[in-house]
Design a protein around this ligand. Structure first.
Ligand code: SAH
Length: 351
């Protein structure tokens, strides 16, 4: 039987200190050295200021980063880079880094697969395999950060979006721990104002999350102007009605002072005629929010397609006329299966 190794990246300050003092019988100073290596995305073997004996001892019981970049694909169009990561148990997850003027944004996964069952999403097709640990969520940041830094020392992960595979609020405790870890000044020191969490709308967890007092931007995957349409494409709408989801968003705005972002994937013949834009505008009236329109990334397994460019523009125009702040999301990495879950599936299909 293999014993689970400790994921050093998943330990906060006190936990790492306790581990070094009690499990390794080493001094406090070693914790500081190990932390510096972890921040650089190093493996235990690379921690060259630790003795060979200590590294061997560490290797037997721990892993520095449980996430390894297995393959990367760089877009020729816009420098977007997609990663296929391997976890220590052989599971695969994926992520993507997008290069913007204001810095690099990394899209991070929170689960292997997903159990939310949205009709248009590739991540959910085989259900949820398991939750990611805090060390595995942070491990994606560490691995990607090292990778882009090696390409260009000026580059580092500046923004994080929890929009990869999985439903972050369905892995609540690990995601909250990850947020504290990534924000730690001794660690990656990424401001939580630069982090967005995207959820399909697990209402009770949205209220819990508002109470955490973290300045994270909430993105809500709405994708419909009412329950009738939403239930057709998002099973979660059967559990939490539209009005309750919007009320939970309103509460988040009140508690955090931050506007909510609504994600709205435009799907041909489903949710994108102008009447539906008007209905959406009515439902969102008075809420501090922004609507991100995303022409659907076709998923070949499902018969759902993006609308025409004219239909996208007409939808946007109608929302804007009704005083709803909205934009169409720029498509990035179109040549590298940029959309969530698509790459992992392609690789799984091959095997
Ligand atoms: N489970 C979370 C986060 C992961 S998905 C959530 O539901 O928000 C990140 C975003 O990509 C979500 O808004 C999701 O609805 C959207 N998405 C998934 N598949 C898509 C597709 N084929 N085209 C466009 N957007 C998609």
């Amino acid at each position: 039987m293999t014993v689970e190794r400790i994921q050093l990246l998943g330990l906060n300050h006190d936990e790492l200190l306790g581990f070094v003092l009690n499990d390794l019988n080493e001094s406090k100073f070693r914790a500081k050295q190990i932390r510096e290596w972890l921040n650089r995305g190093a493996s235990i073997d690379e921690m060259t200021n630790l003795s060979a004996a200590l590294r061997a001892k560490l290797n037997a019981i721990a892993v520095a980063n449980p996430v390894r970049i297995l393959e990367s694909y760089r877009s020729k169009i816009d420098e977007t880079e997609k990663f296929l990561y391997a976890l220590t148990d052989g599971n695969l997850i994926e992520g993507v880094v997008m290069r913007y003027h204001h810095g690099d944004t990394l899209c991070v996964s929170t689960q292997v697969g997903c159990r939310m069952g949205c009709a248009f999403c590739a991540s959910t097709l085989e259900g949820r395999v398991r939750n990611l640990t805090p060390g595995e969520i942070l491990g994606q940041v560490a691995a990607a950060n090292r990778h882009i830094h090696d390409q260009d020392p000026e580059r580092r992960v500046h923004n994080i979006v929890l929009m990869g595979s999985g439903e972050p609020l369905d892995n609540y405790d690990n995601v909250v721990k990850f947020l504290h870890l990534v924000n730690d000044p001794e660690g990656f020191n990424i401001s939580l104002r630069n982090v967005s969490l995207s959820t399909c709308g697990l209402v009770p967890r949205m209220y819990d999350f508002a109470k955490e007092g973290l300045p994270v931007t909430l993105s809500l995957s709405l994708h419909a102007p009412n329950d009738e349409v939403r239930r057709k494409i998002m099973p979660v709408a059967n559990a939490y009605p539209y009005g309750e989801v919007i009320a939970a968003c309103r509460n988040y705005v009140e508690k955090t002072g931050r506007r909510v972002i609504f994600e709205y994937a435009l799907i041909k013949d489903v949710n994108c005629d102008v009447k539906q834009a008007e209905e959406l505008a009515r439902r969102l009236r008075g809420l501090q929010c922004h609507v991100n329109l995303i022409p659907l990334n076709d998923v070949k397994e499902r018969n759902l397609r993006a609308p025409s460019r004219q239909d996208v523009d007409a939808f946007l125009k109608r929302l804007t006329l009704k005083n709803i702040s909205a934009t169409v999301r720029r498509e990035m990495g179109a040549d590298i299966e940029g959309a969530c879950g698509q790459l992992r599936r392609k690789v799984l299909d091959l095997n």
